[in-house]
Ligand binder design. Structure first.
Ligand SMILES: C[S@@+](CC[C@H](N)C(=O)[O-])C[C@H]1O[C@@H](n2cnc3c(N)ncnc32)[C@H](O)[C@@H]1O
Length: 200
């Protein structure tokens, strides 16, 4: 049987799927993986932090289905397909209401959306960060990693429009775990650009 093609880039603004979530029912700290792809990074993080809760977003449905399968035995991992931006607050808010801390939100090697007119498709944009100020606690950190220097520079520039002005540049893989994409780029000898962003 021919394999179904998984599209490389999906315009997040065209995917209108909305989810709801009742929360984990506990107040354990939470890691969020935006664009989890095949879930290797989250799986390794889960091994290091088995008592954390994990929220994974993956826009490509076939990949999201595989992620659901991959983590099916873990009650502390949930996976949502669709656009992470559209679902972000709706999924995280119930967890905050249950007293959980959103520890880190990983935006690892996001699709760069090169063209000016496509920039609004980026998950990490001024609009979402401005909204976050009203509901996401100050302590929540965004961890952003990319092999695209221009994207790193533009993201830093964009942060000036927001209250997310605490920017720490770091040099090695987040939590010592290179993501799948990162491993490939490191093999090619490409430099990686990384920053941790918050407003505390
Ligand atoms: C270049 S890959 C990086 C995958 C993984 N984070 C890594 O570092 O190996 C980007 C991933 O983000 C997903 N993605 C892109 N935009 C998204 C969005 N708005 N919401 C959720 N997932 C998204 C893509 O489908 C893809 O799996």
């Amino acid at each position: 049987m021919p394999q179904k093609r998984v599209r490389n880039h999906v315009n997040p603004l065209s995917i209108l799927t909305e989810h709801s979530f009742a929360g984990f029912g506990n107040d354990r700290p939470i890691f969020v993986d935006v664009g989890a792809c095949k879930g290797e990074f989250s799986a390794a993080l889960l091994e290091k932090f088995p008592d954390h809760n994990f929220i994974l977003f993956e826009i490509r449905k076939p990949l999201a289905r595989k992620l659901i399968e991959k983590f099916s035995e873990f009650s502390n991992v949930v996976v949502f397909d669709g656009d992470a931006g559209r679902n972000f607050q709706k999924i995280l808010q119930p967890c905050l209401d249950q007293g959980a801390e959103i520890e880190q939100i990983f935006v690892n090697f996001p699709d760069p959306w090169f063209k000016e007119k496509h920039k609004k498709r980026r998950f990490l944009n001024a609009n979402i960060l401005q909204k976050c100020v009203s509901w996401l606690p100050e302590s929540a950190e965004f961890v952003f990693q990319t092999d695209q220097k221009f994207l790193f520079d533009e993201t830093r520039e964009m942060l000036r429009e927001t209250l997310y002005d605490q920017i720490e540049i770091f040099k090695t893989s987040a939590h010592g775990i290179p993501t799948h994409w990162e491993q490939q780029k490191l093999l090619e000898g490409a430099p990686i650009w990384r920053m941790c962003i918050c407003r505390k």
